[in-house]
Ligand binder design. Structure first.
Ligand code: PMT
Length: 402
């Protein structure tokens, strides 16, 4: 897929620059033609010769001076590039790109480029968390830049936290995705729900379920990566929201209902990956319940079925995708939900299977289409599955549009 593709790898001045060498090598091995562009600070960490040796191609460092035959280097590179990857992208480079500064070769060529740009921020955790950096990332994402979120862990500076550049293998996956799906959801509004709702019993206790939010967050990130304008309505999770996604945090099923209904009429696609509590305690005690008796009976009452109501309200131009977490009779239950809730697609996971369903990084699903087709997908990472589901959404939408 990358064979013969012209990719510019921008390397800026952070300790993660050494990982960029591995990325350059991986891209070259995959057949891409990789020209590296280094900032001055990057050259403090790694020599241009390292990249030239790994890629067998030119390494560019100067805005002026290397032009031949009247060709301006940054314009020439920007015109030829099929993808620009900036890895690592420092806080300084992000700030420059967010505000259109063009004071060196890399910032100038990114400004002149029309191809997709993938930014891989890497820096100290406090720098990454700083509102200035976060607001620059938000701005960049809104401008259409693709962003790979840094990993958490122990950083080179000794601090624990988010800021570590992901492994080159992870960045390669993002690059392949960009080549595979160049913005096929651009201009499409996608609403995703994620996580397990919490239904309070008293001020310290609640009823919930095992949803980690990973499936829903992967869908939101994948839709954003493919150019969609994404709204993520999230029940509590321990995940960081994908950059560039509007997030509405909720706790209970009724709050999720409220938030989804407020957004629904403007959405083109709704994907309900959240595990919504069907019941809530009828009475929420104002004070912590004391243990007095051997048994305690909680009376529960029904929560609204959000997906069912969306199915009633949806127009022919809206695509509605539901999930079903099943433990038995998958096919019969899935088909019943697909019809009763008036869905275009139902993604059913048998949550008893190892590697599927709640909390895992992977999932195993069957896709049930409104037209009767059924597709079984093998065990796969939730991030990859998110793209497979969105492929189907794109296919379904092309029929509506066409
Ligand atoms: O979050 P993870 O740990 O990654 O796990 C992913 C997942 C298992 C939660 C996900 O893959 C999944 O299956 N989500 C749906 C779980 C669920 O609630 O299934 P259900 O069969 O009870 O509901 C069917 C559909 O109706 C779901 O789309 C649900 O969002 C929706 N629903 C259910 C009840 C309700 N009151 N309102 C709803 O909208």
């Amino acid at each position: 897929m990358l064979s013969g593709r012209f990719i510019i790898l921008g390397v800026t001045g952070g300790i993660a620059a050494y990982k960029a060498a591995e990325l350059a090598s991986a891209l070259t091995r995959a057949g891409a033609l990789v020209d590296v562009v280094m900032t001055k600070a990057a050259q403090e960490f790694v020599q241009p010769l390292t990249f030239a040796t790994l890629t067998g191609r030119p390494v560019h460092t100067e805005l002026f001076g290397s032009s031949t035959g009247g060709i301006i280097p940054h314009i020439e590179l920007a015109t030829r590039a099929e993808l620009i990857v900036v890895a690592p992208a420092t806080a300084n480079t992000l700030a420059k790109l967010a505000h259109g500064h063009a004071d060196d070769l890399l910032s100038s060529l990114v400004l002149a480029a029309t191809c997709p740009v993938l930014l891989c921020p890497a820096m100290n955790a406090y720098m990454y968390a700083h509102p200035a950096v976060q607001s620059n990332l938000k701005r960049l994402s809104e401008m259409g830049y693709h962003i790979v979120e840094p990993d958490s862990g122990r950083l080179a500076c000794g601090v624990e936290g988010r800021g570590r550049m992901p492994d080159p293998g992870v960045i390669m996956e993002h690059i392949k995705t960009l080549f595979l799906s160049p913005g096929d959801l651009r201009g499409v509004k996608v609403l995703v729900t994620a996580g397990g709702t919490r239904e309070p019993i008293d001020p310290v206790r609640y009823i919930s379920n095992r949803s980690s939010g990973k499936m829903g967050y992967a869908l939101a990130a994948a839709a954003g990566m493919r150019g969609a304008q994404v709204t993520l309505i999230s029940a509590p999770t321990s995940l960081d929201p994908p950059p560039g996604v509007e997030v509405v945090f909720v706790e209970t099923a009724r709050q999720m209902y409220q938030a989804v209904m407020e957004h629904f009429s403007t959405q083109d696609v709704v994907i309900k990956a959240a595990a919504v509590a069907d019941y809530r305690p009828k009475i929420i005690e104002g004070k912590k319940i004391k243990k007095r008796e051997d048994t305690l009976i909680l009376e529960l009452e029904r929560n609204p079925d959000i997906l069912f109501e969306l199915g009633q309200r949806k127009t022919p131009y809206q695509t509605l995708v539901g999930f079903a977490a099943e433990t038995d009779d998958i096919e019969a239950n899935a088909l019943e939900k697909l019809r009763r809730k008036n869905l275009d697609l139902l993604v059913a996971n048998d949550v008893t299977q190892p590697g599927a369903g709640f909390g895992t990084d992977t999932n195993i699903v069957k896709l049930f289409y409104r037209d009767g087709r059924i597709k079984s997908l093998p065990l796969m990472d939730k991030k990859a599955l998110a793209h497979r589901i969105l492929d189907v959404v794109v296919e379904l939408r092309s029929r509506v549009d066409g």
